[in-house]
Design a binder for this molecule. Structure first.
Ligand code: ADP
Ligand code: TRP
Length: 322
């Protein structure tokens, strides 16, 4: 059984990009893998400096996963900061991480360009992510394409450690699903909380419809043929529509007759129905935060036991033992 690990920041509403880029893959691996799923609140501290927002976001993220079908008895599911060993490992790894490796990271440059304060934590973000991955000897890490470079950093750090101190860490592989690697947002750019172009999964019907109607399309008249492969509305429809429906709309694009307003209405209904049950479950879960806390506490205990094994080995390898 492969050990598969991935995490998500509790920094905003879960959207369709997160779902297809990462969560769905994780949940579908529950039966087949030794699965590690966690909420990266320490990473979120690089951008969220509001205590109540972080606390609420963490419970929401837990409810998101469980509502969408993650079974905490069939995986290890926890909150990053409940396993403080990760910070110790991060420090050890950071003493081996070349500055140049971090200076090349796009995500750091992008975040600064968007006005996020360039703190040391933001710069060191990929080292903490490497510690997340290596602490659990993860073999496969499902992520969206935007995280690919961070995975490369984790692999480089693992190799550097192994070369310096002897074989210690598994070198992790990214798993990027090419068809959902970059889910487009309302404006056709990558869907992302920080671009304000998302379709959150758990909006109420009215707000969801409004978002779907706001998907930007071109001004081609209904009867003119259009290229489905260059249309973000079609790209989103592809994620939800059954094959016959998709083929029918594809024909309308190619031969003329595709009316964006009607397609958006179809897409709205498909998204609404796809997540209808999960939406109800999420509400029930949020009404019972103590249950969520219990689930996370049990997960943290499991994760800490695994982390302790790695840290015993790491401390010994580097000489933090006497
Ligand atoms: P955001 O960009 O909205 O802040 P996160 O950085 O929290 O999203 O991403 C959480 C997970 O979801 C990561 O694995 C990321 O690669 C994936 N992801 C985010 N946006 C998309 C997208 N538009 N398409 C595919 N995967 C995505
Ligand atoms: N950096 C990831 C993101 O923004 C979240 C993350 C933190 C992560 N640690 C991880 C993902 C470890 C996979 C594995 O989406």
């Amino acid at each position: 059984m492969k050990r598969i690990l991935s995490g998500i920041q509790p920094s905003g509403q879960l959207h369709i990009g997160n779902y297809f880029g990462m969560m769905k893959t994780m949940i579908s691996n529950m039966e087949k893998a030794d699965l590690y799923v966690f909420i990266v609140d320490l990473h979120a501290l690089t951008t969220v400096h509001d205590r109540d927002r972080l606390r609420q976001g963490t419970l929401e993220a837990a409810a998101d996963f469980l509502a969408l079908g993650l079974d905490p008895d069939r995986c290890t599911f926890w909150v990053q900061s409940d396993v403080p060993e990760v910070c110790e490992l991060m420090w050890i790894l950071s003493t081996l991480t070349p500055m140049g490796l971090l200076e090349r990271c796009h995500s750091y440059k992008d975040k600064i360009a968007k006005g996020i304060a360039p703190s040391h934590g933001l710069f060191a973000y990929p080292v903490l992510m490497a510690a997340d991955i290596l602490l659990f000897q993860s073999e496969v890490v499902p992520v969206g394409k935007d995280q690919k470079q961070h995975l490369e950093v984790a692999r480089d750090i693992a190799a550097k450690f192994n070369n310096t101190y002897g074989e210690t860490f598994v070198i992790p592989e990214p798993a990027i699903n090419e068809t959902t690697a970059i889910v487009p947002g309302l404006d056709g750019q990558k869907m992302s909380k920080s671009y304000g172009n998302t379709i959150p999964i758990f909006l109420d019907d009215k707000a969801l419809r409004k978002r779907v109607m706001a998907i930007q399309t071109d001004a081609t008249p209904v009867e003119a043929p259009k290229d489905p492969d260059r249309c973000n509305l079609f790209a989103l429809l592809r994620l939800f529509a059954p094959p016959e429906k998709l083929a029918e709309v594809h024909d309308l694009y190619v031969n003329g007759g595709a009316a964006y307003g009607y397609i958006k209405q179809d897409l709205f209904e498909l998204i609404r129905d796809h997540f209808a049950e999960a939406r109800l479950r999420k509400k029930e879960l949020l009404d019972n935060p103590d249950y969520l806390r219990q689930v996370l506490a049990r997960g943290a205990e499991k994760a800490r036991a695994r982390a302790a094994e790695t840290m015993d080995l790491v401390r010994d390898r580097v000489g933090l033992s006497y």
